[in-house]
Each structure stands twice: as C-alpha cells, then as structure tokens.
Design a protein. Structure first.
Length: 320
C-alpha cells in the first residue's frame, strides 16, 4: 500500500498541554490531550528531577533524591487515526530555557562510576539565555533539547523511563533541537506520545549521567504518516553544521583503542579528564561534568577488529 501522510480536514489547532505528569511508560494511561495530525502542542516542561534540584539546592538534594520522581513527562497525547505500523513525525518548533540548570554526579551511575563514587552537584544561573557559565573563562553555548520523546510501548504494564527503546523515550540525542524532525514507530492505537527531561546542553554520550538539566518552554508539531513503517526512531536535523556554535576554534581529541567499545569510551574519557585537569586546572569532578556537557564521544573506527577506536572531541571555543 502506498505510504501517505494523513490529509488534514480542518485547520491545524494549537493546544496547551496540561500540567499533568507521569513517571513510567504505561499504555493504559488516560490521555491528557487528543489531537489531529498537523496540530501543534505547547508545553511547560519541568526539569528531570521534578524540582527536587533547584536554584539554591545543595548536596543534600542528591543524598535525599527520590528516583520515583525522575523524568516527569507531559502526556500521553492521543493522535486520532494513529495505529500500530504507522509513523509519528514530531517537529521541534521551539525550545527555550527558563533561567537555571543543574549537572551532577550520582553515586553508582555514569560512564566511570567506580572512579567518581561521591555525589557532586553544580547549579547554574543561565538567565543570560546564551551559555552555561561553567567557569569565568569557560562558556558552553546553550542548545536546548528534550532528553525524552516517545510513544507508548506495546508491552503492557508499568515500564521504566530510563532505558531508550524502539518507541523512543530516553534517547538523549542532543541534535533533537529546534528545526529537527523526529520519526517514531507507533506501537499502540493513538500513539500515546509523551515528552520531558529538558536539557540546556549536552555532549554526545552524557558521560556523567546528567546533561545541563533544566525546565523548558517548548512547542512541537505532530504529523501522522499512515502505512509508513520504521523499525526504530529516525530523525532529520535542520540544515547546516551539527556544531555551529562550537566549531570556530577546532577540537582537541583523545582516543580509546581496544576490543571493547565500552572500555574504549572509558579510556577516551579518562584521557580527556586528565587533559582538562592538567591544561585548565579543573578539579577531577568538574572535568567529568564538563565532559558530560561539552565533549562528544564518537565511534571513529569499528571494522578493523580486534581493535576499535572511540574518540572524545572537546570544542576549544568554550575556553575564553
């Protein structure tokens, strides 16, 4: 059957998502909105901690952290006409930060959990709207995106929001910014789309577990593609460079080489942390956080077995 996009029978409508949140994937949840293909929804997203961490918060916020309140998601949103086997397109029209963000090391998590085993928290004033003031001489350009966008999975029951899956979810793809179109394979009638986990900026890999976690204002447009089937999420970025705000001074890169991609990633990260300590005088924990916010991990080579190469790219333009 020929693939098609649902034809709109009326003018597209702009909806406002109610301040109702859920903290699990569950395809039996009652929709908070019902929309048509072509409609736009405006959101007021909480940060990923559900305000457990906030301006003025200290280390006690991490020590008393309630994981059951992680990832407050708007939704689910029911899209009329959506059926399993169709594809839902989500166009990111706008995302704007709300003045503050936080980044933390949480015990037992991240790429290097055995080496960073104490809680550590930084809360940033980003009311300038342009960059994260990591240090007086280190400015990380703000490029907001949503860590979680997904449709309800076909599996019944309450499921964790933490791992990504074919329904989307906690993808943490930093290029899902303004102008991007995300395509998700619909699993259940109505799609039951949900979103949240606002980020002000993040490096590829989100090394320490957290990005610059923050609340966001957002606007998303939904288009239903009937009889178009994809096996996992796909996306189209906006035209131009993927690093337009950080490429003017080049990149410093470290590598990890060996037969295990995870160990390669860890080795590349360790070398970058060593470099940030030695060259820029950062503490080891701050170097780890900076890697999570600004360093991109890339698989540089995966065909010349038994050894593979993972590279860590640090944009030099963040140093003023």
């Amino acid at each position: 059957m020929k693939k098609s996009t649902v034809e709109m029978t009326k003018q597209p409508t702009t909806h406002y998502s109610p301040a109702k949140y859920h903290f699990v994937w569950d395809n039996s949840l009652t929709p908070t909105l019902t929309i048509e293909s072509g409609d736009t929804v405006v959101f007021d997203f909480e940060d990923g901690s559900d305000q457990q961490i906030h301006p003025g918060a200290g280390i006690e916020a991490l020590l008393n952290y309630d994981w059951k309140r992680t990832y407050p998601l708007h939704g689910p949103i029911y899209i009329n006409g959506a059926e399993p086997g169709d594809t839902l397109e989500i166009e990111v029209l706008d995302l704007r930060t709300k003045g503050w963000a936080w980044t933390a090391v949480l015990e037992g998590f991240g790429l290097l959990p055995d080496e960073f085993d104490e809680p550590y928290l930084r809360v940033f004033d980003i009311s300038n709207g342009d960059y994260i003031p990591f240090r007086e001489d280190i400015h990380i350009p703000i490029e907001p995106f949503l860590g979680i966008m997904g449709v309800a999975p076909s599996r019944k029951g309450e499921l964790s929001l933490a791992p990504p899956d074919i329904n989307g979810g906690n993808l943490d793809i930093r290029h899902l910014t303004r102008g991007t179109k995300l395509f998700l394979p619909i699993q259940v009638p109505g799609a039951l789309f949900s979103a949240g986990d606002g980020h002000a900026v993040q490096g590829d890999g989100e090394l320490c577990l957290t990005a610059a976690e923050c609340p966001l204002y957002g606007s998303l447009r939904f288009t239903l593609h009937k009889n178009k089937t994809i096996s996992s999420p796909q996306f189209i970025t906006s035209p131009g460079s993927l690093t337009p705000r950080t490429e003017e001074k080049g990149f410093f890169a470290t590598t990890g080489i060996g037969p295990d991609l995870m160990k390669c990633a860890q080795d590349a990260a360790r070398s970058m942390i060593d470099h940030l300590e030695a060259e820029y005088g950062l503490s080891r924990y701050d170097a780890y956080l900076l890697c999570s916010l600004a360093v991109d991990l890339k698989i540089s080579e995966i065909v010349d077995k038994p050894n593979y190469v993972v590279s860590a790219y640090l944009p030099l333009s963040i140093f003023k």
